[in-house]
Design a protein around this ligand. Structure first.
Ligand code: NAD
Length: 962
């Protein structure tokens, strides 16, 4: 194993192999995966090549033999790091540890919890451990060092608990709801522990849930029942830059509470994860960039704990000699009695260190994971992969002859591992991303949640007002379009006057008259308008999101992402227009050549309601920045937000005649906006039926027309995710749930079909159903909501009728009851159909609601065929751990946007240019490098500069270029 670990590429493939192993049911599958992974090892040693050749192309018995050996090896490795597969094993291990003078803390390994049922099962499991082991341990002979502290006997059983395993909806955005849900299980667990005389440690997970974890712990431990209970602990991570502050806050809190708790101080195991996810999200990285800083923080925090050990009882979790030595020295310096603090190490990783510490009279607690060997190993491997600091230390310490002076050197600049990682991330970012996406709001932060709450109050105060609109310099007088809140139809969001056909005609004429001037303004001026608009939206981002929450029924995070995308479109297209404006010069002696672009003229923008800010902003800004003028018709259901986006663009400097809003009914205004002779282009996003009708009408030649109209139409999808037989179910189930039911399935990119390979079908469906049942259906303004309402009564009726029809041909396994919500708003409970045939209307027609069809396939080829078997080609995805399957998906899946091992929604401007083909779209991808090119006509100017005896040295500029 040491040999494998010393070869970085081999080590990574070994981890990947162990990770997938539990899901491989046959030796042939094991051999196949081994071959694929070993094939990716760079510069592998000869013996590895030999093994690869055998598993890839050797005779079947030889392949199966190697597969069997590999599984045996992994199980052996599992036994090194996992304390036991079941309670009897764990009991035996605990006994063995005690005989060596070591205490233990048991950590139950398990899958990610996606449902209430799974959370209930975890609770039951924790309780079973306590009930089975605590009395047993109580009967064993006492070992003073581990069984007593300065105040008396200590619990002999210690259990580590992850709060995310005690809730099917562990979401920091919903702090109070999650706290209540977790406490409903944590309370009985602590009760059981207290009664049985056991100790409970609450583990720390990733940074996004840190404040939530601390909040839950503090809330519950203040209850009278637990206020005087000292046998509970919480973990703090020193690699977080807010670690010192959290420690002080905890100290203040525990003093108020009046009873001490234990603090397990660790450096933290998710450094890579935290760094990568924060960098990718554009959020401040919460961990120290350099390893020595985490080491120094550990020492600082350990000292603080020793100073205040009467309140926060120190448990130093580290294998680092220097960190521990410093902690021990502090304990001595502050006279902390030996039993009042302890050291914790990981099972199987630091035995010789533990032995020496025990010999020196310290209490050492071994943090011991337990669970089925192979699945347990897979979970452990994921943690090991993250656990860079621990691992590097283990390897360094294990390297024979490491200089003790080096091992004990105080932390300071010079450690290179994390520095290099940080540098690598920055470089990748710089080279591939000039444009930076607007970061989404981090709703795990109190200030973000507070801003949204305040914004909703502001929006509430403005509800019901009439929003005036001017067209061609005159206020619209038409009857009002009444916008209602789909979460609560008794609430009028606002009214907007309806444009008539005559108004639309006047708007087009005004826009046509404005083209020349606007084109002359120059691209820099136009781009500046977009940049100012982005800034205005940034300043009002929570308020804009608030309007979408109420008018479009978007849950918080979805509404926030809509604003961020609108900002991105402004900035991305501003940069893009400037970049393309120079055109190309292709001069040769005696001739100048210029290739450049001109605006098309009047663009009719026709937008849908489901991205009520981002999509109209995207289409409109692309048109105006390239020198066109725009008549914008928003969807009827989202007129109020449309008025505000036009106000913002006007305020940013886009003149009123360059951008006019014509709110109204599509069928009425469509013929003018598409057929008017002065319209040069239609930019449409919406349903396939309307998109194709527009395309047909636009092709007609009308008297006085300005030529063939350009149509770009982003249309629907019937998107599928394939779940391969080796998929990681934790990731696949959460990915499918998010893709299918986010914004109640009303995204064009939403997953409405999941194609599952036969051998994994039952296990997947079981978890999918439990997960779906645990989604929170509610009003969009409630931060707990994961599934809000659908947009209107017509949508609800259409979805319910399709579900009724679906019951005749397929099996509806789940239809979540929305209860009283159904009377208040347009709610449709999430539904899951199974046994759906690939030609069933459920699997063919876009439903645009929270309805998911599960299709079963015998193998990957059939799954790909099913996925491609609709008229659409928008988004798609696959969950698989086989490099070969992923490669096939890349090559064969016919979709505009393909996602591997992740959700299939949430495309980001610039990073994931978005759009489909077949009947999903006409034109190029929004937020991509080719998009603006559709709004201009390319022109070329060649000039002969050769005269009689001399050359005219002038450069010809295109007039009014984009
Ligand atoms: P829709 O087609 O009903 O309406 C879209 C717009 O077209 C609205 O403004 C509507 O008033 C207008 N309209 C309706 N009839 C018209 C006509 N005869 N002439 C001209 N305009 C007309 O779509 P929707 O319900 O607003 O949006 C949902 C649809 O949009 C889904 O099919 C979804 O897949 C699709 N969509 C696609 C993308 C994409 O990028 N591919 C993005 C978002 C939404």
């Amino acid at each position: 194993m040491g040999w494998v670990m010393s070869h970085p590429s081999l080590r990574l493939q070994a981890f990947r192999f162990v990770d997938v192993l539990p899901s491989l049911s046959s030796r042939d599958a094991i051999a196949g995966h081994l071959a694929e992974y070993l094939g990716e090892v760079d510069g592998s040693p000869g013996v590895v090549r030999l093994v690869e050749r055998i598993v890839a192309a050797g005779p079947r018995p030889a392949r199966r033999l190697v597969a069997g050996l590999a599984r045996w090896g992994a199980a052996r490795m599992a036994r090194t790091f996992i304390a036991g597969a079941d309670l009897e094993d764990v009991l035996a291990t605990t006994g063995r540890l005690r005989r060596r003078g070591w205490a233990s803390a048991l950590d139950c390994l398990g899958e990610v919890v996606v449902s209430d049922d799974e959370a209930d099962r975890h609770l039951a499991e924790y309780e079973q451990v306590i009930r089975r082991l605590a009395p047993e341990l109580a009967g064993w002979p006492e070992r003073t060092v581990i069984d007593r502290d300065g105040r008396g006997p200590m619990p002999r059983l210690s259990l580590a608990v992850k709060l995310s395993s005690l809730s099917g909806r562990f979401r920091p955005i919903d702090r109070d709801g999650t706290t209540a849900d977790v406490i409903s299980r944590l309370r009985p667990l602590l009760r059981t522990a207290r009664e049985a005389g056991a100790q409970v440690y609450v583990d720390m997970e990733n940074h996004a849930v840190k404040d939530l974890v601390l909040h839950v712990v503090c809330t519950l431990l203040e209850e009278p029942e637990f206020r005087d209970w000292p046998h509970v602990g919480v973990a703090l991570q020193a690699y977080l830059s807010d670690g010192d502050r959290d420690l002080d806050r905890l100290l203040n809190w525990v003093r108020r509470r009046g009873t001490p708790i234990w603090v397990r101080l660790v450096k933290g195991a998710y450094w890579d994860f935290e760094t990568i996810t924060a960098t990718a999200s554009g959020w401040p990285v919460p961990v120290y960039p350099q390893k020595w800083q985490s080491d120094a923080a550990f020492e600082r925090m350990a000292e603080r704990l020793m100073q205040r050990s009467e309140w926060l009882r120190p448990a130093l979790g580290s294998h680092n000699l220097r960190s521990l030595s410093r902690g021990i020295a502090c304990a001595e310096a502050y006279d902390v009695p030996e039993g009042d603090w302890e050291i914790q190490v990981l099972y199987g990783m630091a035995d010789s260190l533990a032995e020496r510490l025990v010999a020196a009279g310290h209490r050492v607690r071994v943090y011991a994971p337990y669970g089925d060997w192979l699945p347990g190993m897979a979970y452990l491997v994921r943690r090991l992969l993250e656990n860079t600091s621990n691992e590097s230390f283990l390897r360094m310490g294990a390297a024979a002859g490491a200089d003790p002076a080096d091992l004990l050197r105080p932390p300071g600049p010079g450690d290179e591992d994390h520095e290099q990682e940080g540098a690598r991330l920055t470089t990748a970012e710089e080279t591939t991303m000039r444009f930076a996406n607007e970061p989404l709001s981090d709703f795990s932060r109190d200030d973000s949640r507070e801003s949204m709450r305040v914004a909703l109050e502001v929006v509430d105060a403005g509800l019901g007002r009439d929003w005036p609109v001017e067209v061609a310099g005159r206020p619209l007088q038409g009857p009002p379009l009444v916008s209602e809140n789909p979460s609560d139809t008794s609430e009028v969001v606002g009214t907007v006057p309806r444009a008539t056909v005559e108004d639309a005609e006047a708007a087009v004429s005004t826009a046509a008259a404005a083209v020349k001037d606007w084109a002359k303004r120059g691209v820099e001026h136009r781009a500046d308008c977009l940049r100012r608009a982005a800034e205005l939206m940034r300043r009002k981002r929570f308020e804009l999101a608030g309007w979408m929450i109420l008018e479009s029924g978007k849950p918080w995070a979805e509404a926030d992402a809509d604003v961020a995308e609108a900002i991105d479109f402004c900035e991305y297209y501003a940069d893009g227009a400037v970049e393309m404006s120079g055109g190309l010069r292709l001069d040769v002696p005696g001739e100048t050549n210029w290739y450049g672009y001109r605006p098309r003229g009047v663009v009719s923008v026709i937008a849908p309601w489901n991205f009520p800010l981002a999509i109209p902003v995207g289409m409109t800004t692309a048109a105006v920045v390239t020198g066109n003028t725009v008549v914008l018709k928003p969807a009827e259901q989202s007129s109020v937000i449309a008025v505000q986006l036009v106000e913002i663009l006007h305020e940013a400097g886009v003149p009123p005649e360059v951008l006019q809003l014509v709110p109204g009914i599509g069928e009425e205004l469509g013929p003018v906006l598409v057929g008017h002779p002065e319209v040069s282009m239609i930019a449409f996003t919406g349903s396939r039926e309307v998109g194709l009708a527009i395309n047909r009408q636009a092709a007609e030649v009308v008297a006085g027309g300005r030529g063939v109209r350009r149509v770009i139409a982003e249309m629907g999808g019937k998107n599928a995710i394939i779940v391969d037989d080796d998929a990681d179910l934790d990731v696949a189930v959460t990915g499918v749930l998010g893709s299918a039911f986010g914004y109640a399935g009303q995204k064009c990119s939403a997953c409405s079909r999941v194609i599952v390979l036969e051998s994994i079908h039952e296990a997947f469906v079981e978890r999918l159903i439990e997960g779906t049942r645990s989604l929170v259906v509610g009003r969009a303004r409630d931060p707990a909501t994961t599934v809000g309402p659908v947009i209107d009564a017509e949508s609800r009726k259409r979805i319910e009728e399709a579900a009724d029809a679906g019951r005749q041909t397929a099996r509806e396994l789940l239809a979540v009851d929305v209860g009283a919500l159904g009377e208040i708003g347009h709610f449709v409970g999430p539904r899951v159909f199974v046994d759906v045939a690939s030609d069933d209307p459920l699997a063919q027609r876009e439903l645009f609601g929270p309805v998911l069809s599960v299709l079963k396939s015998s193998d990957l080829s059939e799954a790909i065929e099913m996925s491609n078997g609709t008229e659409y080609a928008l988004t798609g995805g696959i969950f698989s751990r086989s490099p070969k399957s992923l490669e096939r998906a890349r090559r064969e899946l016919a979709v505009g946007n393909l996602y591997l091992n992740r959700e299939i929604t949430g495309a980001l401007v610039g990073r994931h240019p978005f759009g489909g083909f077949r009947f999903s779209g006409i034109g190029s991808k929004a937020g991509g490098p080719d998009y603006l090119g559709q709004f201009v006509v390319p022109v070329h100017v060649a000039e002969n500069t050769l005269r009689q005896g001399f050359t005219v040295d002038e450069r010809v500029e295109g007039s009014g270029g984009a």
